[in-house]
Structure formats: C-alpha cells, structure tokens
Write a protein that binds this ligand. Structure first.
Ligand SMILES: [Zn+2]
Length: 64
C-alpha cells in the first residue's frame, strides 16, 4: 500500500512542439549581409546580425 510514493504532482506529459522551433517568428534581415538577425521583423530601424553588429562595434571602437 505504498503506491502513492511515486506520485509527482505537476508532472504532466510534455506536448510535442519541438518542430515549432524550426519555424519560429520571422526575423529581420541584416541590412549588410541579409542574414537573419536575432531581432523580429517588427523591430524598427537598422537590424544587424550578430556578426555585422560585432564588426560595427569594432569599427566604431577603432575609429576614435
Ligand atoms: Zn550581417
């Protein structure tokens, strides 16, 4: 009579939605290399991918 020992409250079956990660929200294109950025399309202004963002930061840092 110790069956309730295994009961774990809150342990629900996880819905299978791993494929949703493949087609996530639309990302804005990088204005320099047209690669998808980490920003959603709804973001206004210039969007840069991590690479171009880093390069821009380097350029800005070195131009002083
Ligand atoms: Zn880029």
């Amino acid at each position: 009579m110790n069956e309730s020992y295994c009961e774990t409250p809150g342990a629900r079956p996880v819905p299978v939605a791993s494929e949703a990660a493949e087609s996530g929200p639309p990302y804005a294109e990088c204005v320099l290399c047209r690669e998808p950025t980490e920003y959603p399309e709804s973001v206004k202004g210039i969007t840069l991918c991590p690479v171009c963002e880093w390069q821009e930061a380097q350029r800005t840092a070195c131009s002083g």
